[in-house]
Design a protein around this ligand. Structure first.
Ligand SMILES: Cc1cc2nc3c(=O)[nH]c(=O)nc-3n(C[C@H](O)[C@H](O)[C@H](O)COP(=O)(O)OP(=O)(O)OC[C@H]3O[C@@H](n4cnc5c(N)ncnc54)[C@H](O)[C@@H]3O)c2cc1C
Length: 292
């Protein structure tokens, strides 16, 4: 019996992933599963483990390239309320892993809690953003993380404290299949002060990104003390192209997908840029973009 037969109410077979990724390219999922409760999610994971069905978690698809071929196994989206909730206890906020980062930031600001507002404009879910440790020089999300509650391979709900986790440039060692929720430790501050910082961060971030109507993704992590964009420019790869994929003219560390771009175009561009940067600057860039 397939996953679609066992969980018919929450599973779609051969489901396009294009609507759920920022680049709007790539093949369909063999099974797209949207569980309604944690128990249901657990049952799906146990079945996948028993039947050796590969499992992938899909957040907002902002740091993700789906290859052109079908994605085998189960792709799970956490969109139901048990995965998107927001609660507050004093200066601590707990957010479901499937909720939007923007909703979390807005909730914190409304409650006069500072610490997350400089991340404004970064799109993604809470789970995807913590796994990818989003941020920039103004701060990273990991600085406010207190605990992360995960679902393990063995189907156990476990809470890991900040001390047990390692975060670095746009990555973490969170490798359990699912981030269920994250507790943040924030600072009580006047809402007007937090809002002021948020507005400044918004303007700075938007100036360094592709234009808002363009579908673009970040490609590489910044090496220590340098930026990937500067290295790409130094290697004279500014505005490099491959098929419909092109480096953004506003920031060379983003690939923009023009209509008709394939995943293969993006991957070829990534390979070309990485090889030329290594050859011309001696620096090996580390890929930030997750590829399925
Ligand atoms: C225009 C643009 C600008 C950006 N600017 C920045 C920036 O300034 N700083 C920055 O750090 N990033 C930036 N990013 C990258 C991106 O926004 C973040 O990495 C984003 O938070 C990823 O979250 P997501 O939910 O979209 O994850 P996805 O892209 O869907 O997934 C990323 C990874 O996380 C995993 N994942 C997702 N949800 C879960 C979960 N609940 N449990 C376990 N694993 C999960 C996925 O399996 C995948 O491996 C930018 C991206 C774009 C497109």
């Amino acid at each position: 019996m397939s996953l679609a037969d066992q969980f018919p109410d929450i599973t779609k077979r051969n489901a396009p992933l294009v609507p759920y990724t920022h680049l709007k390219i790539g093949g369909p999922a063999e099974f797209l599963v949207q569980p309604r409760t944690v128990d249901e999610l657990n049952a799906v994971l146990s079945t996948c483990q028993r039947d050796r069905v590969p499992v992938r978690m899909l957040g907002g698809g902002f740091n993700l390239l789906v290859r052109d071929d079908p994605v085998g196994g189960a792709v799970i989206r956490l969109v139901a309320e048990p995965f998107t909730f927001l609660t507050r206890d004093g200066a601590r906020v707990t957010a479901g892993g499937g909720g939007q980062l923007f909703d979390l930031i807005a909730f914190a600001v409304r409650n006069g809690l500072g610490g997350l507002e400089t991340l404004v404009g970064i799109r993604g879910t809470v789970g995807g953003s913590v796994r990818c440790n989003v941020g920039d020089r103004a701060g990273e999300i990991s600085q406010t993380v207190r605990t992360v509650t995960v679902l393990t391979d063995a189907g156990k709900v476990q809470t890991r404290t900040r001390d047990e986790l390692t975060f670095s440039e746009h990555q973490s060692d969170l490798d359990e299949p699912v981030i269920l929720s994250v507790e943040f430790e924030l600072a009580s501050e006047p809402t007007s002060t937090v809002l002021k910082r948020m507005r400044k961060a918004w303007v700075q971030r938007k100036a360094g990104e592709p234009l808002s109507f363009q579908a673009g993704v970040r490609l590489f992590r910044n090496p220590p003390g340098q930026t990937a964009a500067t290295l790409i420019d130094r290697a004279q790869m500014t505005k490099a192209k491959f098929g419909g994929a092109e480096l953004s003219e506003r920031n060379s560390n983003y690939a923009v997908a023009h209509p008709g771009t394939t995943a293969r175009d993006i991957l070829s561009l990534v390979d070309d840029v990485r090889a030329k940067v290594k050859e011309r600057t001696g620096v090996a860039l580390d890929q930030e973009l997750h590829v399925w």
